[in-house]
Ligand binder design. Sequence first.
Ligand SMILES: [Zn+2]
Ligand SMILES: [Zn+2]
Length: 318
Amino acid sequence: MYLVKKKKRLILFAIVAILISAMLWYYREKLSLFEEQPEKLRKLFLDATQITKVTWKLILTGVALSLIAVIIDLIALGWQKSGLRRLIIKPSGSAKIDLWSYFLSVFKIYEVLYFIFTLGIFYFFASIFSKFVDFKLANYISNVYLQFAFVFIVTDFKHYIGHRFMHIKPFWELHAYHHSAEEFNLLTTTRGHLVEAGIYYVFTGFFFAVLGVPIINIFWVYAFREMYQYLLHADVNWKLGFIGKYILISPAAHKLHHSIDEKHYNKNYSTFFIWWDLIFGTYEAPNEEYKIGIIDNPYNKVGFFEGQWIGFKRFLKF
Ligand SMILES: [Zn+2]
Ligand SMILES: [Zn+2]
C-alpha cells in the first residue's frame, strides 16, 4: 500500500515537473533576462554551461576523454584489476549506478533531467547572474596563454569552493550521492545528484559571467579537467610523488576524500590543483588503502532514479 502511494506521488511529481519545465522552456525568450544582453555574451554563457548546445562534437569529445582514461587505467592496472573489467563483467550495484550516470552525462541527458527535476529554477538564477555580474575579467589579459592559465586556475578554485559548500548540510545530502560509490572504476566521477548539478550550474554561471571567458578557453579547460576527473576516480592509488605533493591532487588523495571513516571527513576537496587544500589547511596525505562509501547507504541497492529520489527527500528533511 505504502509503495503504491509512493509511486503515485513520484508520478505526480514527474508530471508537474515536466509541465512546468515545458512551460518555462517554451516562454524562455520572453522570461529570460538575457534579452537586453548583447547577443555574443548570451551565446557565450549558454554554451559555457552547455544547456542549449548539445552537439555530436561535444558528445564525442566526452566519449573520447573517457576512452583515453580507460586505456591509461588498463595499462596501469592490467585487465584483471581494471575499472573496465569491473564495469562490464558482473558489475556491482555501485558500478551499475556509475554506468547509468556515465551514459546520462556523456549524452548530455543529465542536463535535460536536472532541468526537469529542478523545474528550471536554476536556469533563471543563472540568467540573473549573467545580467548583473558582467565583469569580463579575462578580457583584461591580452596574452592568450596567460588568459588560459588564469581561467583554468580560477575555474579550479571555483570547483574547490563549490565542493566545500556541498559538504555542508543540507547540501551534503545531495553530494552524498557521489560519495555513495563503493568502488572506483573511472566512471564514478560522473555519479552525482541532479539537484547538485543544478546548484553547480548557477555557481558556474556566476563564475563565467565574472570571467567572461572565450569559448575556446572554456572548451580546453573543460577537456583537461574532465580527463583528470576520470583518473581521480580510477582505482590506481597513485600518489604522484613530487607532483602529488605540490601541484596536483593525486588519485590516492581523492580516494581518502571518499573514505567512509569519519576521521577523513572534510579532507582533500581539491579536484585538480592541490594548492587550495594546502592554502586552506584541508590537505591530508594518503598513506593507506581506504574503504570508500557512506554510512547508511541505500543508493547501490536501488535503481538510478529511485536513488535520486531518496537523495532529494533526504535533502529536504533538513
Ligand atoms: Zn566530496
Ligand atoms: Zn569523487
